[in-house]
Design a protein around this ligand. Structure first.
Ligand code: NDP
Length: 246
């Protein structure tokens, strides 16, 4: 890929787990990648001191001003954002009877409203450019549900309605919005599950193993590539069969 064809890619929560695998895949293909982080910088940014085609910017997706500032930094370094991956996500599992309103709203704020904030900010530039690719990272829990995850499943299901509505708003423009729904994937998030939760999830996963962040990155890079322009408002499972059509 030449400098002229390299795209400006923005990945939220790109300092670890699935987001970092996605960011690495784009960077390896020659794209200019901005990742957001809150706590620790991703290793790539530390090694390169934010030089070259990998930029890390601090951003909490629950704060619109931080989102706007992060986009300004990405645009200044890499040009208008042409590919957005709304990946930042968090869980706060608790059975409904014990869930506080804060448990619920904070998970919605990060997973669903966070995606709204970054998508809205990105779409403005994409409309000007007449081109764009958006991928929202959902979860098998969105369509299947999961005990203890009424907050998380509602947020992740919300992303599906969001992507389908945005797809209709965008109409024939060359801007797509799709959803990737991973199943249990080997990251800090899945490592936080209890052994019982993990066993149960594996029992209902025909592939009989966890997915890897790289397998999720494969689906994301395909959806943002030149051969995916006619895929719109789709939900692509990367779940070893756990969702089975849900
Ligand atoms: P991790 O817990 O490893 O990473 C979560 C990422 O989201 C981190 O980069 C984290 O940043 C970021 N993040 C969390 N809250 C915020 C916030 N308020 N603002 C900005 N960034 C935030 O999770 P995964 O890599 O596993 O998850 C990535 C996505 O995939 C999430 O949307 C998750 O819901 C989804 N997913 C994961 C599955 C799994 O089994 N792992 C299964 C299905 C879906 P920080 O380091 O600063 O906390």
């Amino acid at each position: 890929m030449t400098q002229a064809t390299a795209r400006s890619v923005f990945v939220t929560g790109g300092n670890r787990g699935i987001g970092l695998a996605i960011a690495r895949r784009f960077a390896a293909a020659g794209d200019r990648v901005t990742v957001t982080y809150r706590g620790e910088m991703p290793p790539e940014a530390e090694n390169t001191e934010n030089s070259g085609n990998f930029l890390a910017v601090r951003c909490d997706v629950t704060d619109s001003q931080q989102v706007d500032q992060a986009f300004k930094e990405a645009e200044a370094a890499h040009g208008p954002v042409g590919v957005l991956v709304a990946n930042a996500g968090a869980t706060h599992d608790r059975l409904l009877v014990r869930m506080t309103e804060a448990d619920f709203t904070s998970v919605i704020d990060t997973n669903l409203t966070g995606a709204f904030r970054v998508a809205q900010r990105a779409v403005r530039g994409m409309l000007r450019a007449g081109h764009g690719r958006i991928v929202l990272i959902s979860s098998t829990a969105a369509l299947h549900g999961a005990p203890g995850q009424t907050n998380y499943a509602a947020a992740k299901a919300g992303l599906v309605g969001f992507a389908r509505s945005l797809t209709q708003e965008l109409g024939p423009r060359d801007i797509t919005c799709n959803v990737v729904a991973p199943g249990l994937t080997e990251t800090d998030m899945s490592r936080a599950l209890t052994p019982e939760q993990r066993r149960e999830l594996l029992r209902t996963t025909p592939a009989g193993r966890l997915g890897t962040p790289e397998e999720v990155a494969d689906a994301v890079t395909f959806l943002t590539g030149p051969r995916a322009g006619y895929i719109r408002g789709a939900v692509i499972p990367v779940d070893g069969g756990a969702g089975l059509g849900h």
